[in-house]
Design a protein around this ligand. Structure first.
Ligand code: N01
Length: 544
């Protein structure tokens, strides 16, 4: 009979979360196997190879802090690294820590079922492996389940179709082609200027105008790198213990309306010139007070009007449907200026929706657009999409898809009641999605690592979220979100971008610092709210 392999830990995904979780598991002396659907490490940066893809958090902060040697030896070349450099970094980490020997690529996890009698998970892969594990850790990523809308006639399109999150490994040449790009979130906003620079013509189909801020990307000098490196202890401490979003930026001490209009404007101008997401950190109420938010939103709308020459196009590009930041703000290089190019046009598909796609283009209610290549920058089934693609069955065969049918339910975003020994890194109900992803990943991996050590030290076999603690946590996540402006936007934070997805605010809108403290307190208080089972109890259950 073929024997089933057993691991202490099965990790799903070899992005930044899965790689660090593997490293941590080994440090703890656990046997671990990572399964990764892609052909290499890097997660987001493995899949999102579209032209213009780059980080929107400064690379020297969007990088692992767990190894002093790693952060001292790696040279980031730009303020915001581009996708190839981020992928090289991921590969460097995999090589440096010898991770590949425990990663199985080109393999999805299709199913994971908890066997209550033995206190283990039975895991089935897309290539026919069946393994067992004490712990399953989902490192499946916040933005990894790409969303291709089923527009009528899409299959009849004669040209090539690309999705930004499933970009081919070979370069795509748009020279001489008429390109249609659907979607104006971060991916579309980054891809637009680069495709426009190559294509014969680019037509951008916009359903919702988005706020975007200039990146002001630049090469990093040796001196800049050195300054940051020597300040790393404080930068990393601040990001973990004090920051709102896991980024080292000064904490605002006042609301936007506490400053005079002149002072406020000067601050907005200076930040616009500095570039980047720091805009939202200028005041402490931009995401809580609509009147404050309006001052910032209006400033950005004015900037768009200044940049875009054609008045009608400028008007269409000015976001009016949601507060600034309620959808994730984009960070761009020349996005708005691209619409001044003679080979770029903007089509308003909110006013004139796409009716169908035909062999040679896109038909909107207003007319036909001849297109040779279609690029979908239509985003992701975020936060829960990749978790729920796996058929996960917990205690008594309960399916996670059923449990989460009306929205995800977790305690701390880390575990869900009825699914023992199943951890989620950057899961729903944690701040992930709103934060510097690597800071959130490291916090979760370290918390899970400490938890696994605790279980071992106390001879505990299973841990799971308690129902009451989970109910309270879900209520808190909703309550905190309802006090902000986030629910005013139809965003992926709300599940609003996926037809039929429950409208629930998915992340925990608390600061990285406060959330981390809550998680630490829970652990310190003997994993308050979690239910644990000793080895003896499990054996007894199995005997009955
Ligand atoms: O996806 P999105 P994304 N017909 O969901 C439109 C991170 N990220 O891939 O707004 C027509 O933001 C949709 O329109 P609407 C970052 O966290 C970071 O761009 O729903 N249009 C929207 O315009 C980001 O927030 C970077 O009305 C349709 C767009 O497609 C997250 O990933 C770079 C449609 C989707 O925007 C997701 O960004 C890239 C339809 N049927 C991504 N369906 C960095 O800079 C959707 N749309 C690091």
């Amino acid at each position: 009979m073929k024997s089933t392999k057993h691991f202490d830990v099965v990790i799903v995904g070899a992005g930044f979360a899965g790689m660090y979780m593997l490293h941590k598991s080994r440090e703890l002396g656990l046997t671990a196997r990572v399964y990764e659907a892609g052909g290499g490490v890097g997660g987001t940066w493995y899949w999102n190879r579209y032209p213009g893809a780059r980080c929107d958090i400064e690379s020297m902060q969007y990088s692992y802090s767990f190894s002093e040697e790693l952060q001292q030896e790696w040279d980031w070349s730009e303020r915001y690294a581009a996708q190839p450099e981020l992928l090289s970094y991921a590969n460097h980490v995999a090589d440096r820590f010898g991770l590949r020997s425990d990663i199985q690529f080109d393999t999805r996890i299709d199913r994971a079922e908890f066997d209550g009698s033995r206190g283990i998970w039975r895991v089935a892969t897309s290539v026919g492996d069946a393994v067992t594990a004490r712990f399953v850790i989902l490192a499946t990523g916040v933005l990894s389940s790409a969303q291709l809308p089923m527009i009528k006639g899409i299959d009849s399109f004669a040209g090539d179709i690309y999705h930004t999150a499933r970009w081919p490994h070979e370069p795509v040449d748009f020279t001489g082609r008429r390109v249609g790009l659907i979607g104006t979130g971060s991916s579309g906003v980054q891809a637009t200027p680069v495709i426009a620079g190559q294509a014969d013509h680019l037509t951008v189909f916009q359903r919702t105008a988005n706020f975007s801020l200039p990146a002001r990307n630049a090469k990093l000098t040796d001196q800049q790198r050195q300054e940051i490196r020597s300040n790393y202890p404080e930068i990393r401490r601040f990001a973990r213990e004090q920051s709102r979003t896991g980024v080292y930026v000064p904490l605002p001490d006042r609301g936007a309306l506490d400053d005079s209009e002149q002072t406020r404007r000067a601050k907005y101008e200076a930040q616009w010139e500095r570039g980047g997401l720091g805009f939202l950190s200028l005041y402490n109420d931009l995401l809580r007070n609509r009147a404050s938010n309006d001052t910032a939103a209006e400033f950005v709308r004015e900037k768009i009007a200044e940049i875009v020459e054609d008045e009608r196009t400028a008007k269409l590009l000015q976001p009016t449907t949601h507060p600034l930041g309620a959808k994730r703000i984009c960070v761009d290089t020349d996005y708005f200026a691209t619409f001044n190019r003679p080979n770029v046009s903007l089509v308003d598909i909110r006013a004139n929706p796409i009716e169908e796609i035909g062999p040679d283009g896109v038909r909107t209610t207003e007319g036909d657009h001849k297109i040779d290549v279609l690029v979908f920058a239509t985003g992701f089934d975020a936060i829960t999409g990749s978790v729920l693609k796996i058929d996960i069955r917990g205690r008594d065969g309960q399916r996670l898809q059923e449990k989460w049918a009306d929205g995800p339910r977790t305690y701390l975003g880390l575990m869900s009641a009825g699914f023992p020994n199943l951890f989620i890194i950057t899961g729903p109900g944690s701040p992930a999605g709103l934060t510097n992803a690597i800071v959130s990943i490291e916090q979760h991996v370290e918390w899970i690592g400490d938890c696994l050590s605790h279980l071992k030290a106390h001879d505990i076999t299973t841990i799971e979220a308690g129902r009451e603690a989970e109910d309270e946590w879900v209520a808190l996540v909703n309550e905190v979100a309802s006090k902000t402006l986030y629910p005013l936007a139809d965003s992926w934070f709300m599940g609003a971008n996926i037809p039929g997805k429950p409208r629930v605010f998915l992340p925990f809108v608390e600061s990285v610092a406060r959330y981390r403290q809550i998680c630490l307190d829970v652990a310190e208080q003997g994993y308050r709210g979690f239910v644990t089972n000793g080895a003896r109890q499990v054996r007894k259950a199995a005997a009955t």
